[in-house]
Ligand binder design. Structure first.
Ligand SMILES: Nc1nc2c(ncn2[C@@H]2O[C@H](COP(=O)(O)OP(=O)(O)O)[C@@H](O)[C@H]2O)c(=O)[nH]1
Ligand SMILES: [Mg+2]
Length: 667
C-alpha cells in the first residue's frame, strides 16, 4: 500500500495512471475538472508483489480526504512538480505524514520534461529530511508525459516496499472505512486499507458498535476468502444498512479495541487551540483539547473511536488550514480530573510515557485492571501480574493490599471480638478494591513477615520494596486455591451436607480450611488469611506477638486434629498461655474464646452448627456433645455461644433447634 501526497496539479494522479495503467480519478466530475476530489485506487504488479495506490486530492479544500487516505497507509509517494516547486499543500501533506510518523517514502519530482527537476528536488529533499521520513528518502525525477524515470521510480518503490515491516497476521482488525456503497443483491460494502490482522469471510465484527458479519471479501477487485494486512479490501457486510455507515467508521474485532471518547495523548506541539479536529485513520472528529503540561493533552472526542495505546493521529485546525500537532495515544481510559491539582499530577504521570504499550507500567498505574480491558487498550498483559479471575493485579499493589488486608482483619477482630472474621464486602470497601474477587487472590499471597526479604521477581517495579517489612516470603502460604472457591453467598444453609455425618468431625468451616489446618506446617505462618463463610479470618493470628506464637500454634495444631476438644487448663499453662496471652490470640483472630478457659479455632461455631444440622431436630445437649465429639465442659458453653449468635434456638425443655441463618456476608 502506497499513498500519494503533494500539492494539487503536481502530477500525482498522472503518475499513478502511468505506473498502473488504471484511472484513479473515478468520478465524472473529477474527469471533467481534471482534479482529484476523492480518494482514488489503482494497483500494479512490481517485483515485490501487487501494490495498491491510494491517490489523494492535493487541493487545500480536500485535506481531510487526503488524511483519510494516508491515515492507515504505511508508505508514501511524495510528489513535487519540477516546474511548480514546493507549495503550501506540499507543506501540509508533509506535516501530516510527519505527525502520523510515516517513515517510508519515495520522492518523485514530476513534470521534469517541463523544467529542470534539480531545484525542486533539492528543496523537497531538504524538507523531507527534517521529518519522520528522514534524510535517506530515495528521490527520482520523472515525467508522466514522456515516461522518463518511470523504471527508476518502480525500482525505488519496489525496494521501499520490500523493506517495509510485515504487520502481524494475528493482530486484531481495525479497518477504517473510506467508502461505503451498496451492490445490488449483496447489500452494504465498505472499503478501506487493512493495516494489520486478517479478515475472513464469516468473521463476526463490530462496526461502530453494531454487530456485523463478513458476507464476502474482495481485494483489488478479486473475490477472496481471507485477506491479511496491509491490503486494500472491500468487505460485503451483513447486519448493517449502508445509510448507517460512512467514511470514518471503523470495522473492528469485537472486544479488541477501546471505544474511547476521552484520551490522554502526547502532543508534538504545545499551545494548542481548545477546539481542533482529530484525524485518526479515515475518521475526522471534533475534539476539545485540554493541555496537560507542554507535551501532553487530554482530548474529549465528539464521538468515540476504537483506539489503542500507541496509536498515532494528528490534530488539525480546519480554520487555519494547518496540521497543528501529531499525537500519540498514551491512555485510552484515563482517570477523571476532578480534584484540585489532578491535572498537574496527571501531567507528571504522563511525562514519563511515550506511547509504547507497557503492560507492567499500565498495571502499576492502575493497581488492578481486567485482562479483557487491558487487551482492549492494546497493552500486553505483564507476566508478573497477580491473577484473580479476569483481574490482573500489579504485584507491588498486591503486596500493599495484602498487608492492608491483614491489618484490616486484625483491627476488625479487635473491634468485634464476637464476630469471626471480616466480611468480604467490608474488606473490599476498606481496601477500595474494584471487585471482591481480587480479595481471594490476595488471600493466596503470602502475608507480610516483618524482616523477611522481598520476593525475587517482584522487585522489577519501581516502588517495590518501598513498604518496609511488607516483603513477601517466596512460596509460603502459596497453596493454590486455598479458600478461594467459596464466594459470598455460596454458603449453603444449615442443611448442608457436611453436617450429615456428624461422626466425621468436620474441621472449622467444614471445608478447604480444615485441610490446611490439618497440616502442622501451615499453622506456623504468622498471618495467613483464609476465607471462611464469606469472611476473611486470620488463620493463625495476624499480628500475634512472637513470644506466644509457638504456644498458640501448638493449640491450633491440637484443635486442627480435634476441633471441639478445647485444651485443658494444664495444657494451656504448659504452653505458657495465660489469660493475657490467650486474649491476644483471640484479638489476633488465632483463637475463638467460647467461655472462660474454653478456646477453639475461629469458625468452630459455624462448624459446630454444620455438624448439628445432621441431627434430628430438636436435639439434646448430650446428643450435641456426642455429635461434636466433645465433653460437657465444652458443649455447654459452645451451645450457649451458638444460641447467642442465633445459630441455635433453645426451647423451654432445654432442647435446641438449628436456626435458619441469613446468608453469609449480610452484615
Ligand atoms: N508535461 C507534463 N504534464 C504532466 C505531467 N504529470 C502531470 N501532468 C499534467 O499536470 C496536470 C495535473 O496532473 P494531475 O495528475 O491531475 O495532478 P494532481 O492534482 O497532483 O493529481 C494535468 O494536466 C496533467 O496532464 C508530466 O510529467 N509532464
Ligand atoms: Mg490528482
Amino acid at each position: 500500500m502506497i499513498a500519494t501526497a503533494g500539492h494539487v496539479d503536481h502530477g500525482k494522479s498522472s503518475l499513478v495512471r502511468a505506473l498502473t495503467g488504471m484511472e484513479p480519478d473515478r468520478w465524472a466530475e473529477e474527469k471533467r475538472r481534471g482534479m482529484t476530489l476523492d480518494l482514488g485506487f489503482a494497483w500494479a504488479r512490481l517485483p515485490v508483489g501487487e501494490v495498491a495506490f491510494v491517490d489523494v486530492p492535493g487541493h487545500e479544500r480536500f485535506v481531510p480526504t487526503m488524511l483519510a487516505g494516508i491515515g492507515p497507509v504505511p508508505a508514501v509517494l511524495f510528489v513535487v512538480a519540477a516546474d511548480g516547486g514546493w507549495m503550501p499543500q506540499s507543506t501540509e501533506h508533509l506535516d501530516a505524514l510527519h505527525a502520523l510518523g510515516v517513515r517510508h517514502g519515495v520522492l518523485a519530482v514530476t513534470r521534469s520534461d517541463l523544467a529542470d527537476p534539480g531545484p525542486a528536488l533539492a528543496a523537497a529533499r531538504e524538507r523531507l529530511a527534517r521529518t519522520s521520513l528522514g534524510g535517506a528518502v530515495p528521490a527520482v525525477a520523472v515525467s508522466a508525459a514522456t515516461g522518463t524515470g518511470l523504471d527508476e521510480l518502480r525500482a525505488a518503490l519496489d525496494a521501499m516496499l520490500a523493506a517495509l515491516p510485515v504487520p502481524a497476521a494475528e493482530e486484531p482488525v481495525r479497518l477504517w472505512v473510506d467508502r461505503a456503497f451498496t451492490i445490488r443483491g449483496s447489500g452494504t460494502v465498505v472499503t478501506g486499507t487493512l493495516a494489520a490482522g486478517t479478515l475472513r469471510v464469516g468473521d463476526e465484527l463490530s462496526l461502530d458498535g453494531t454487530p456485523v458479519s463478513v458476507r464476502g471479501l474482495q481485494s483489488l477487485e478479486r473475490p477472496v476468502s481471507s485477506v491479511v494486512g496491509t491490503a486494500r479490501v472491500a468487505v460485503n457486510l451483513r447486519g448493517i444498512a449502508v445509510s448507517a455507515v460512512g467514511r470514518g467508521a471503523a470495522l473492528v474485532t469485537p472486544g479488541a479495541w477501546t471505544s474511547a471518547s476521552v484520551l490522554d495523548v502526547a502532543v508534538s506541539a504545545g499551545d494548542l487551540a481548545t477546539e481542533l479536529t482529530l484525524h485518526a485513520g479515515s475518521a475526522a472528529v471534533p475534539v476539545r483539547v485540554r493541555q496537560l503540561g507542554d507535551a501532553a493533552a487530554r482530548l474529549t472526542l465528539r464521538r468515540p473511536l476504537p483506539l489503542h495505546v500507541g496509536d498515532r493521529m494528528l490534530l488539525r485546525d480546519p480554520g487555519r488550514h494547518a496540521v497543528v500537532a501529531g499525537v500519540r495515544v498514551l491512555d485510552v481510559d484515563p482517570p477523571a480530573l476532578r480534584r484540585r491539582g489532578a491535572a498537574a499530577d496527571r501531567a507528571k504521570a504522563l511525562a514519563g510515557l511515550d506511547g509504547t504499550p507497557d503492560g507492567a507500567g499500565e498495571l502499576a498505574r492502575r493497581g488492578a485492571v481486567q485482562a479483557s480491558r487491558l487487551r482492549a487498550m492494546g497493552v500486553p498483559a505483564p507476566p508478573t501480574a497477580v491473577q484473580a479471575g479476569d483481574w490482573l493485579v500489579d504485584p507491588d499493589q498486591a503486596v500493599r493490599w495484602r498487608a492492608a488486608l491483614g491489618r484490616a482483619v486484625a483491627e476488625h477482630a479487635a473491634a468485634h471480638p464476637l464476630e469471626h472474621g471480616l466480611p468480604l464486602e467490608a474488606a473490599r470497601q476498606r481496601l477500595g478494591l474494584p471487585d471482591p474477587r481480587i480479595l481471594t487472590a490476595l488471600l493466596s499471597l503470602p502475608g507480610s513477615q516483618p524482616g523477611s526479604g522481598s520476593q525475587p521477581g517482584s522487585g522489577s517495579q519501581p516502588g517495590s520494596g518501598s513498604q518496609p517489612g511488607s516483603g513477601s516470603q517466596p512460596g509460603s502460604g502459596s497453596q493454590p486455591g486455598s479458600g478461594s472457591q467459596p464466594g459470598p453467598g455460596s454458603q449453603p444453609g444449615p442443611g448442608r451436607r457436611s453436617g450429615a455425618n456428624p461422626g466425621a468431625r468436620p474441621g472449622p468451616g467444614g471445608r478447604a480450611g480444615s485441610a490446611r489446618l490439618g497440616s502442622a506446617g501451615d499453622v506456623g505462618v504468622g498471618d495467613e488469611l483464609v476465607l471462611r463463610d464469606g469472611r476473611i479470618v486470620g488463620a493463625a493470628g495476624v499480628g500475634l506477638p512472637a513470644e506466644i506464637r509457638a504456644g498458640v500454634e501448638a493449640v491450633r495444631a491440637d484443635l486442627a486434629e480435634a476441633p471441639f476438644v478445647a485444651p485443658e487448663a494444664y495444657r494451656l499453662a504448659e504452653l505458657g498461655l495465660g489469660r493475657r496471652e490467650l486474649a491476644a490470640a483471640v484479638r489476633a483472630g488465632a483463637l475463638l474464646r467460647v467461655a472462660d478457659g474454653i478456646y477453639l479455632l475461629p469458625g468452630a461455631d459455624s462448624a459446630a452448627a454444620a455438624a448439628l444440622a445432621g441431627l434430628p431436630q430438636p436435639f439434646t445437649l448430650s446428643e450435641a456433645r456426642r455429635a461434636l465429639g466433645t465433653t460437657r465442659r465444652v458443649a455447654v458453653p459452645l451451645l450457649e455461644l451458638l444460641d447467642a449468635r442465633g445459630l441455635t434456638r433453645r426451647a423451654h425443655d432445654d432442647r435446641r433447634t438449628l436456626a435458619p441463618r441469613p446468608a453469609a456476608g449480610d452484615d
